[in-house]
Design a protein around this ligand. Sequence first.
Ligand SMILES: [Ca+2]
Ligand SMILES: [Ca+2]
Length: 289
Amino acid sequence: MNIHMRFGRCCWQTPTGLAAVLAVFMLAGIAHGGEKPSPDGAGKRNPQKPGLAPGMVFIEGGCFQMGSPPDEAGRWKDEHRHRVCVRDFAIGKYEVTFEEYDRFAEATGRKKPDDLGWGRGDLPVININWHDAVAYAAWLSSEQGSHFRLPTEAEWEYAARAGTVTAYSWGNDAGHDYANYGQDRCCGGQIEGKDRWEFTSPVGSFPPNPWGLHDMAGNVEEWTCSRYDEHYGGAEAACAAWNDNGYRAVRGGSWGDIPQWVRPARREAYWPTRGRYNIGFRLVQDLPR
Ligand SMILES: [Ca+2]
Ligand SMILES: [Ca+2]
């Protein structure tokens, strides 16, 4: 289990400066390229899918190899490869932003999460626990008359891989031109190349993966709805009950993580009742069948 990796890192918990607060709000449906479907046809997106909510990308279901090969650099033992199938779903093109979450907080009288002085707007929301994310999905569902939820761990990895089998969706080598992540070795944020951010970056600042999804690697880690099971016993394809106090699977790595931690196969575990400065989320929309 990788939960212990989340402890004992203190040197980058305190923001040292203000990130620029951008006034460009996320506009649902803006295309950022990445239009072509996966080369192997294991899944593809269809922006014309009826009922698709703004900002959602349709993902055709399919089967894939979840996990990593034994020789993948930075691999952990909980990443063992196994075949998983997922149904059609839609997933957010971007991580949920502070602007979006603040609208929910204002509408429901919730306390707005701390941005640590980095700014709000189109920066990904942080410092929200799993229950907060689930409550946001429920609220948005009632607002829009559609069903939103967190992705299962399997859906998340399927979408992050986007039909690829490499260590990263762009290839086998990490690169700050593709994602916002941290230093090569522990600990803290890193500014390098197109990665101009020591902490979080505005969503969509990096190229999308082959299925048009931004920041699946890095920026903020993302809650899944699944209970973390080190042995992949099936929990990865289901959502945990709200009163299940076990760890939740958290995916994608963050601005403060080493490159190997933003691989699609990489897994983290975290308490559902705790928020964190590097964990946010994105939503899935269940489409009518
Ligand atoms: Ca960075
Ligand atoms: Ca992310």
